[in-house]
Design a protein. Structure first.
Length: 342
């Protein structure tokens, strides 16, 4: 298996950008899905509030017109809405005390309904069960007011203002919300794929054109310079002022510096060679002069030897002359003695 460092730069850059795109798209899809779901839930809450007001307005109208016995028909008609899974109007203690407990459908059946009737705090939350699936559970209290939809509740119910008269309990289906969110997520995912493919193609083209190809050209030029048998005059081509161009410029400066150093060394070597040649010539002249001096010394020695021979010969001749002089003297003296005897 090839190491990551052995793979081409364009492949590594493209892979890194692709991973970043995947991370960015996934983050965006998750965020958009969450925002869309929260928005849809808020819209479901507004829809539930509208259903609550519509129900209470309809029941108030029925009480005024004396058609309260048609309330079940009215509620069943509202239940026919595609998003409404369940709808009940509960009676509170103040209403039960005056009008009776009502039917079983008007009695609280779970903790959420009993808690709203007891405390008057609305319950709005997302729940999930096997029967209704995922839905928005809404229980909204109805309080006695001197001016509720233009009517005075206190006249009929005879309770202090703010007393919980009942509640509207409903379940708003989130199936359409989930389908819309899933459809939106799938559309974003498809859009991300359709955008990423040409974008990755552009990234590959861009990286290969502005990163890989200039680096490859610079590598080829360096290889040619390395095979140039010491030609320090060759330079890299600079096509821009980016990092690659700056590197090529720095390399060219280095080559110029090396060429200058080599030139200085060559000049110094030439100077040393010239000095050595001059020294060699001086040594040759000195050797020639020494040779002549030696020859002259040999000649002088021969002349001295000859002169010594002559001196020796002269000395020998002088000795002979002196000996002969002595003999002449002796003879002369002997002749004188002979004359004297005569």
């Amino acid at each position: 298996m090839r190491r990551l460092a052995d793979m081409p730069i364009w492949f590594r850059l493209t892979g890194a950008i692709w991973l970043m795109l995947i991370l960015a798209w996934n983050t965006m899809i998750i965020w958009e899905t969450r925002v869309s779901r929260n928005t849809a839930i808020e819209q479901a809450k507004d829809f539930a509030s509208t259903i609550n007001e519509m129900t209470m307005a309809g029941l108030t109208g029925m009480m005024i017109t004396g058609t309260v016995d048609q309330r079940d028909v009215f509620l069943d008609q509202i239940k026919e809405l595609s998003s409404v899974r369940d709808l009940k109007v509960l009676r509170g203690e103040g209403t039960t005390r005056i009008y009776g407990p009502g039917s079983a459908a008007e009695t609280a059946t779970d903790e959420a309904e009993r808690g709203v009737l007891a405390g008057g705090e609305a319950v709005i939350r997302v729940e999930r069960d096997e029967h209704y699936g995922e839905h928005l559970r809404v229980v909204m209290p109805s309080r006695a007011s001197a001016n509720y939809l233009g009517k005075d509740c206190l006249l009929c119910h005879m309770v202090p203002e703010g007393t919980v008269l009942g509640a509207v309990s409903m379940r708003i289906s989130l199936d359409q919300v989930n389908e819309a969110v899933d459809s939106f997520r799938n559309q974003i995912f498809l859009f991300a794929i359709l955008v990423s493919i040409p974008l990755l193609g552009f990234v590959v083209l861009f990286v290969r054109s502005f990163v890989s190809r200039p680096l490859s050209n610079m590598s080829d030029s360096l290889a040619e310079i390395a095979r140039g048998e010491g030609d320090l005059s060759r330079r890299l081509t600079i096509k821009g002022h980016d990092e690659i161009g700056s590197t090529a410029g720095t390399f060219n400066q280095m080559m110029s510096t090396i060429a200058g150093l080599v030139k200085q060394v060559s000049e110094s070597a030439a100077a040393v060679n010239g000095s050595a040649h001059g020294l060699s010539e001086s040594a040759g002249r000195l050797a020639e002069s020494s040779r002549r001096q030696n020859e002259q010394s040999v000649s002088a020695a021969a002349a001295v030897d000859e002169m010594l021979g002559n001196i020796t010969h002269i000395a020998s001749s002088t000795e002979d002359v002196r000996e002969r002089s002595r003999e002449s003297l002796a003879r002369s003296q002997e002749g004188q003695r002979s004359l004297a005897q005569l």
